[in-house]
Design a protein around this ligand. Structure first.
Ligand SMILES: C[S@@+](CC[C@H](N)C(=O)[O-])C[C@H]1O[C@@H](n2cnc3c(N)ncnc32)[C@H](O)[C@@H]1O
Length: 260
């Protein structure tokens, strides 16, 4: 069956997540997964369907209500906890998860460094954190390709990667700024993928033009995702970070409210 555009857009992400889960739970056993800012369960519900124990922490009670409905319709159980990302250690306790997801959230939080430290304190030694963020370079590319050249310049020169007051995205990241944020929390950067490189540049008509083109695009995306130049142009940057299995403490900033 040909792969439709939306699946091409998410395939790189899911391939990476499957790789992380295989590493964490090689015998296909259950893992404890915490999805921070998991919203209505776009990742949480499929992960629960795979058999993992999933908790979603989200600030928005309406999103959590929709998540609970979606989980019920899929016949799975997902724990929903209302709260802020920076309060994870208080909400769930330390070392609560084998895998922590934080997808499309760091763009919106008040203090990304504090949120990242909270994620790092929630993942167990030997576990991983999966972070997905909006890419700054891609935003400049897309604004320029639609004729908004001043916007594109502002995205590239401003520190938060925005094109001004009309830009609804509070901040974007480059490979460098994201990696620095993750390393500051004491985690080790393990993998970085570009998600949606060509898929967001090629018109939909070409992506689904014939039976083979979506499959060929997916194969291209998978190669480009880890290409040292092309991955930086992706609409989203996906980073997998590991908490080392040793007994060493996290070297980064302590979560909010923790004792020095
Ligand atoms: C763009 S949605 C992403 C949803 C989901 N992670 C996904 O990738 O489909 C952002 C989510 O983050 C949540 N959020 C924003 N700021 C948050 C914070 N400080 N703490 C917890 N959740 C937050 C929002 O309520 C929303 O559900």
């Amino acid at each position: 069956m040909p792969i439709k555009g939306s699946r091409v857009r998410s395939a790189v992400m899911w391939n990476a997540l499957r790789g992380v889960l295989d590493r964490i739970a090689p015998e296909a056993g259950q893992s404890d997964v915490v999805d921070v800012g998991g919203g209505t369960g776009g990742f949480a519900v499929p992960l629960a369907e795979l058999g993992h124990r999933v908790t979603v922490v989200d600030a928005n009670p309406d999103a959590l209500a929709a998540l609970e409905r979606r989980a019920a319709e899929s016949g799975v159980s997902v724990r929903a906890v209302q709260g802020d990302a920076v309060d994870l250690p208080d909400l769930l306790g330390p070392d609560a998860a084998d895998l922590v997801l934080c997808h499309s959230v760091l763009e919106y939080v008040d203090d990304p460094g504090a949120a990242m430290a909270a994620l790092a304190g929630t993942v167990r030694p030997g576990g991983s954190v999966s972070v997905l963020v909006a890419g700054q370079v891609a935003a400049a590319l897309h604004r320029a390709l639609s004729g908004h050249f001043d916007d594109a310049r502002m995205v590239l020169t401003g520190t938060s990667g925005r094109w001004g007051e009309g830009d609804r995205m509070p901040r974007r990241f480059t490979r460098e700024t994201l990696s620095e944020l993750v390393r500051g929390s004491g985690l080790r950067v393990a993998e970085l993928h570009g998600v949606r490189i060509f898929a967001d540049l090629v018109p939909n008509g070409l992506q689904e033009g014939d039976a083979g083109s979506a499959d060929a695009l997916l194969a291209l995306e998978s190669v480009a995702a880890v290409h040292p130049v092309l991955r930086d142009l992706a609409t989203q940057l996906h980073l997998v970070a590991d908490r080392l299995p040793s007994a060493e403490g996290l070297g980064g900033r302590p979560p909010r409210g923790s004792k020095p």
